[in-house]
Design a protein. Structure first.
Length: 320
């Protein structure tokens, strides 16, 4: 079954947010380090004072030495990423496309909801990608901006929507550990209890409980067989009996589909793959690198774009 609260799901989400802007070639080489390197390299540009970072048996490691080593090891990757970000931002500005703080906060809250506590969320962001929460918010904003620009010209027909909705269910669920708990919740639902509120109060799935048990659109093949069979037997508005899976006991509700969410998902599917779209932007950009040691990076960016266009971007498939 797809467990949105699992570490695998969370890491895949973080990876998607970063990959959409930085590109797969960069990520293969430097993983999370550019996030830190950007800060220190920007500190150089800001003309910071060269104080001491550390001492070793009395010998100083100065900030100047530290930053120079960081630039030597990661300067090319960081500059390439920053160039790509500039191109995306320019493309968005040209089309007058923006992302609001509310949109970013909503996505951040969704990610936080995958963790039992806020501190565990902060620790995971730092541990797996070396980022602060503010950095993650910047990545989320760029990711959303890139997707808005990439899908801005995509049209969704009634046939597209009918096909999409016909292949999916819009689901909520409540997951508990034992059958007696599930039976108690089922009784509350039969007595008129609100499904979303009960999910928030009683569900043990951290990835959906904060959203009232919402799983969103689910396609066949994304869930374990027991869950899938019960879910796809439901009609809109119906609630299942208790369903046992290896993860526990579920009560599933088929909700009315969110049309806007469906249209946005269809646009992402129909639009150019992220790698191809970014590669074209990079190839068409006029890039003039002033630092001699990085001048050949322009050719690398163009060559990298050609290679990326040969790849396809497979959508992240939730794990069973």
């Amino acid at each position: 079954m797809r467990l949105k609260g699992s570490i695998r799901r969370i890491l895949r989400l973080f990876r998607r947010i970063i990959l959409n802007i930085e590109g797969r070639q960069i990520m293969r080489n430097v993983k999370w380090m550019p996030a830190l390197a950007v800060i220190v390299l920007l500190a150089i540009a800001a003309g910071c004072s060269w104080s001491t970072v550390a001492t070793v048996n009395g010998a100083k490691v100065t900030e100047k030495e530290f930053y120079a080593e960081l630039e030597k090891q990661h300067g090319r990757e960081v500059l390439e990423r920053m160039i790509t970000e500039k191109i995306v931002l320019q493309e968005a500005a040209g089309k007058k496309i923006t992302v609001t703080d509310e949109e970013v906060d909503e996505e951040l809250a969704r990610i936080k909801g995958m963790f039992p506590t806020e501190q565990e969320f902060i620790n995971a962001v730092k541990q797996y990608y070396g980022m602060s929460v503010d950095m993650l918010k910047q990545r989320i904003k760029l990711d959303k901006l890139a997707n808005k620009v990439r899908t801005s010209g995509v049209k969704v027909s009634d046939a597209d929507l009918d096909k999409f909705l016909g292949e999916r269910r819009y689901l909520r669920h409540i997951l508990v550990k034992d059958q007696s708990e599930a039976t108690a919740i089922q009784t509350l639902l039969k007595d008129g209890g609100d499904f979303a509120q009960l999910a928030k109060q009683r569900s043990t799935d951290p990835g959906s409980k904060t959203r009232g048990g919402l799983l969103g659109f689910v396609k066949k093949g994304e869930m374990v067989p027991e869950f899938e069979k019960a879910a796809f037997a439901l009609k809109e508005g119906e609630t299942s009996s208790i369903v046992k899976t290896p993860y526990g006991y579920h009560i599933i509700k088929c909700d009315k589909p969110d049309r806007q969410e469906a249209e946005e998902a269809i646009k992402r599917e129909k639009a150019e793959p992220v790698d191809t779209w970014i590669a074209k932007l990079r190839q068409n950009a006029k890039i003039d690198i002033k630092r001699e040691i990085y001048k050949d990076l322009v050719d690398n960016i163009k060559a990298g774009g050609d290679k990326q266009q040969e790849q396809t971007t497979a959508p992240a498939t939730p794990s069973k």
